[in-house]
Ligand binder design. Sequence first.
Ligand SMILES: [Zn+2]
Length: 142
Amino acid sequence: MEIENMEFRRAVDLRVMAFPARPLHGRPRNILHGSYNHDNAQISIYPLKVKRDWIRQEGFCTFKTPAGQLSSSQQKMLQEISVSAITTLIHEVLHVKFENRGLSRYAEEAIVRKLEKKYAHEWMSSLPAAMVEEPLPMSPTH
Ligand SMILES: [Zn+2]
């Protein structure tokens, strides 16, 4: 936010949702990771959808297991969670910056995605290697 010289004219309500967002209309395979509601100045971050079998077999103990003892599928899930959370938060905060610039939705989305990649890359290169896996996926956000 400092690098982007961001000034907030009003408080932004950041919500971490307990349940995944409903699939976007016409794009049932794209799960929404985050959204920014301009009118309410509200950012919502949604959880990833995880297979029920995985939760039953490995999911429950994932957060009780020391980092060094995680199975590879548990490590992979934690990587997905951290990448998704970081990229989504950066993405939506950038929408707050550009909301009043009079850009078309398409142009705004393109700029936000470009900057998201740049900052997500910088942020994640500062994390322990075990938490991040290259390359960065594009987050399906709006
Ligand atoms: Zn977006």
